[in-house]
Design a protein around this ligand. Structure first.
Ligand code: AMP
Length: 406
């Protein structure tokens, strides 16, 4: 699909799209918008960065335009997201796309006082973007009315399941039983969890797959440095940050590591901001704003905290600590090279991480190359990773039987 005008969208929406600067629909938009406009349920695998948000928002906005409300009342479209940051981003994008309409968009998330919500709960809402936990509280206390919901959207459903929201979402699903349409977006549809879950939510869905095209991935230049120890690792990091990197996210594994690294960066005179779990909403928003507006160009993050956040124009992702799985690695590096831009992903690998970086190579079907910085070469010998032999399943069964006999 070459042009948004090929989609059956109102001129108000097309004008907003033009103003935002989207030139043509992304793969997931081209595939998901037409069936969603026809009122079909959609099951889409689309990770962040594929344009998934507009893929579900545009058909919803068009529906609200096609069937304008006759009198004030409660929300008609409900979007559930796993985190409050994502909810805020989705709502921001919805407002930008709805700029030339008179639709009202609100967020209901944790981290906001009940008093602040009280006012908006009484207002006429067209689209509500919410995190499941807080919304459920309002449903239970009969302060949020689901009876007018016509469309339910689950964004990043896999993350919602990972975060233990399955039961709450199922309850919200039941509360919204009068709706006419449901859309479920998930970074992946692999594994039983999301599929099983989708059968409870969706009705004969059209399936759309928009895994990031391999050529997109190619735009991420990936390499790793081997580090002898923490001092060496920090020296490498300083070299990268003061050299080629422009706007960087540095991933660490824990909050404690984040705090230590924050002090170490201060000692190097590298200004940074940070985002971690259990942080006051105001500080989170402030961090994101400072980074987005270019006030600081280095952000420290833990995986949990960075989930679902869309930060534009990141030139470098640095894996200061290697993640525990190749999937998380892929998720992390997906934060660079967005929307056709080039990006770099650097991993700082200690001897015990060697197995992981090689596993990542196998997972991506593309070996991650090692690079050296003159004067900062590692002094230790590269460890050889011995692949664990898979046990012969037949032998395993035989051993089990033997044990049982005993
Ligand atoms: P998402 O996958 O929804 O998180 O979107 C990733 C980024 O792509 C966001 O910054 C969007 O604003 C942007 N985007 C969405 N649709 C398009 C499009 N058709 N063309 C260019 N950029 C887009």
């Amino acid at each position: 699909m070459r042009d948004f005008s090929e989609l059956e969208l109102d001129s108000e929406l097309l004008q907003a799209i033009e103003e935002i600067g989207y030139e043509r629909p992304t793969a997931v938009q081209a595939e998901a918008i037409p069936p969603a406009l026809d009122g079909r349920d959609v099951l889409a695998s689309a990770p962040t960065g594929t344009g998934k948000t507009a893929a579900f928002l545009l058909p919803m906005l068009q529906h609200l335009q096609d069937f304008p409300r006759k009198k004030p009342g409660p929300a008609r479209v409900l979007v559930l997201t796993p985190t409050r940051e994502l909810a805020i981003q989705v709502a921001d994008q919805a407002r930008a796309l709805a700029k030339y309409t008179s639709l009202n968009i609100f967020t209901i998330t944790g981290g906001i006082s009940y008093d602040d919500h009280a006012e908006l709960l009484g207002k006429t809402q067209d689209i509500v973007v919410a995190t499941p936990g807080r919304l459920m509280e309002y449903i239970e206390s009969e302060r949020f009315d689901c009876r007018a919901i016509e469309c339910l959207i689950l964004d990043e459903a896999d993350r919602m399941l990972d975060m233990g929201f399955a039961k709450v979402v199922e309850r919200i699903n039941k509360e919204c039983r009068w709706r006419r349409q449901s859309l479920l977006f998930s970074a992946t549809l692999e594994g039983k969890g999301v599929r099983d879950f989708s059968t409870k939510i969706l009705n004969e869905p059209v399936e759309v797959n928009a895994e990031p095209p391999r050529r997109e991935r190619k735009k991420i230049h990936q390499y790793y440095h081997r580090c002898d120890n923490m001092t060496h690792k920090l020296a490498l990091l300083e070299n990268i940050l003061k050299g080629e990197a422009e706007r960087t996210i540095i991933f660490v594994k824990t909050r404690e590591r984040l705090a230590t690294l924050r002090d170490q960066l201060a000692a190097m005179h590298v200004p940074c901001c940070w985002i971690q779990g259990e942080m006051a909403q105001v500080s989170r928003n402030n961090t994101i704003r400072r980074f987005r507006e270019g006030e600081v160009n280095v952000m420290l993050a833990t995986d949990v905290a960075a989930r679902g956040i869309d930060l534009p124009d990141v030139s470098h992702v640095i894996n200061f600590d290697m993640p525990r799985t190749a999937d998380v690695y892929l998720h992390r590096i997906g934060r660079t090279a967005r929307a056709g831009k080039k990006g770099t992903a650097v991993a700082l690998v200690e001897a015990h991480d060697q197995a992981m970086i090689e596993r990542v190579g196998r997972y991506l079907k593309e070996e991650v190359a090692e690079r050296f910085i003159e004067g900062l070469r590692p002094t230790h010998k590269k460890p050889t990773v011995v692949k664990k032999k898979k046990k012969d399943p037949k032998k395993k069964v035989a051993a089990k039987k033997k044990k049982a006999k005993k």
